[in-house]
Design a protein around this ligand. Structure first.
Ligand SMILES: [Zn+2]
Length: 388
C-alpha cells in the first residue's frame, strides 16, 4: 500500500493523458507521499476531540463540530482540471449549490486551467481557495518550503481575480508551525467533517478497496453515494471533501447531490458564519427556538418549528410549550393571526433574552391568557411577546 499515490496518479494519467503526480516536484516514487496512510491518519485525527477555541493545530479538524442542522458546504480539492472540473461546475450550477475549490498551483500550468480558475473566481456562488503549490505533506517540509508552497498558489489565485481567504493542507497534514505560517498570512485553515473517499473509489475503478482505505464499510465498497450519505448523516451536515480531478467524482456528483437534497440537506457557502461560526472566529448563534427572529421556516429548524408571520419562530400548542436553556421561557396563547379560534401558538414570555420583546419587532409586550385547547391545563396568564 506504500505507493497508492503513484498508482492512483498513474491511472489518472492514463485516463486523462496528463502528468502523473499532482505534485510537480514528486517524480520519484520513493519520495511520493503515500496518500492512503495520510488519509487514514486524517480520518483518525478527525475523531479526536481537539480544541474549539481556534488554537487547534490539526489541518483536518474544524472548530465547529456540531449544529450544522443539515447544512453542507461542498469542497473540491486538487484542481483545476480542465478534463473534469467543468463537469463538476455544471452539476453544481444545476443544483444551485455553492462550493469551494481548493486548488493546487501546479495545476494552473495545464492548458485551460487558469481560465477555469478565473471562472470560479468570478462566480458569486464559488470560492477559489489555496491547497498549496505541489500537494506535498507540508508537515515534513522546511519553513522556507512551506512558505513558498503557500505563496506561489496565493499569487496564482490573486491573478485569477480572487483574494484568497481559505487554505487547506494537503492530506490535512499540518503541525503547529505550519499552521502558524498559514494563519500569519491571514488564511482561515479549513479541514473537513466528511471525506467522501472519492479518491479511493477512483483508484479502484469505482471500488474503494479495504487495502486503500479501511474505514469504508464492506457493504459500501462499490457505492460511493451510500458512503457519502452515511458520513453526512453521522455529522448532520458539515464540510464535505471531494476531489474535482477524478472523472468518477464528476460522474457521480449529480446523483449524490440529488440524494442529499431528497434527504433534506441544503448547500451553503463555506463562509456561512451561521453554519460555521467558530471557523470564522464568530460567536456561535444559539440554535433556533421559539422566539428566535426569522423570515423563513428554514430558520426555525427544530421539531415542529415554523416562522410565524409576525417574524419569530413558533410551534403549535395546546396548554403548554417546551422551554430551552438559554432561551426566553415560553407560553401557549391563541394565535391572533389565525382565522380559526382553535389554533394555539408558542410565544416567548417577555424576558431579558428578547429585550422585553423589543428584539421581536412584530410583537407587543402584553398580558395574555393561556390557550388550553383540548389539553385540560389550568387557566393562567403571563406577560408575553404577542404578535401584533
Ligand atoms: Zn489534496
Amino acid at each position: 500500500m506504500r505507493h497508492a499515490f503513484t498508482r492512483t496518479a498513474a491511472l489518472v494519467s492514463v485516463v486523462l493523458g496528463f502528468g502523473a503526480c499532482v505534485d510537480d516536484e514528486c517524480h520519484d516514487e520513493d519520495t511520493c507521499t503515500d496518500d492512503s496512510a495520510l488519509f487514514e491518519q486524517a480520518y483518525d485525527e478527525s475523531l479526536q476531540p481537539g480544541k474549539e477555541d481556534g488554537t487547534d493545530c490539526s489541518g483536518v479538524r474544524v472548530p465547529d463540530r456540531t449544529g450544522f442542522n443539515k447544512r453542507i458546504a461542498l469542497t473540491f480539492d486538487d484542481g483545476p482540471n480542465p478534463a473534469t472540473t467543468p463537469k463538476v461546475i455544471q452539476v453544481l450550477k444545476a443544483h444551485n449549490a455553492p462550493a469551494t475549490f481548493f486548488t493546487n498551483g501546479s495545476r494552473y500550468a495545464t492548458p485551460g486551467a487558469k481560465e477555469i480558475a478565473a471562472q470560479i473566481a468570478a462566480d458569486p456562488s464559488f470560492i477559489l481557495a489555496n491547497h498549496s503549490q505541489g500537494h506535498l505533506n507540508l508537515a515534513q517540509q522546511s519553513a522556507t518550503k512551506v512558505a513558498s508552497e503557500i505563496d506561489r498558489t496565493d499569487a496564482l489565485i490573486r491573478a485569477a481575480g480572487e483574494t484568497p481567504r481559505y487554505f487547506r493542507f494537503p492530506f490535512g497534514s499540518s503541525t503547529c508551525a505550519t499552521m502558524k505560517q498559514a494563519r500569519d498570512r491571514g488564511y482561515i485553515v479549513t479541514g473537513w467533517h466528511v471525506d467522501s473517499a472519492d479518491w479511493c473509489y477512483a483508484s479502484g475503478n469505482g471500488v474503494c478497496k479495504a487495502s486503500t482505505f479501511r474505514y469504508v464499510p464492506d457493504s459500501m465498497r462499490n457505492d460511493m453515494k451510500a458512503y457519502v450519505m452515511s458520513q453526512v448523516r453521522a455529522n448532520n451536515g458539515g464540510i464535505v471533501l471531494f476531489h474535482d480531478i477524478h472523472p468518477s467524482t464528476a460522474d457521480h456528483l449529480d446523483e449524490i447531490l440529488t440524494a442529499l437534497e431528497a434527504a433534506g440537506y441544503t448547500f451553503v457557502r463555506l463562509d456561512d458564519t451561521r453554519a460555521f461560526p467558530k471557523l470564522h472566529g464568530a460567536t456561535p448563534q444559539p440554535s433556533p427556538f421559539i422566539g428566535t427572529a426569522c423570515t423563513t421556516n428554514a430558520q426555525c429548524a427544530f421539531a415542529g418549528g415554523r416562522c410565524h408571520s409576525a417574524g419569530f419562530c413558533t410551534q403549535s400548542c395546546a396548554g403548554a410549550c417546551p422551554d430551552q436553556s438559554g432561551a426566553a421561557p415560553t407560553f401557549c396563547i391563541a394565535d391572533p393571526a389565525s382565522t380559526s379560534t382553535v389554533a394555539g401558538i408558542c410565544v416567548s414570555k417577555a424576558a431579558a433574552q428578547n429585550g422585553q420583546c423589543a428584539s421581536l419587532p412584530g410583537t407587543v409586550k402584553t398580558e395574555a391568557s393561556r390557550f388550553i385547547g383540548s389539553s385540560g391545563a389550568a387557566p393562567a396568564t403571563a406577560t408575553v411577546c404577542k404578535p401584533r
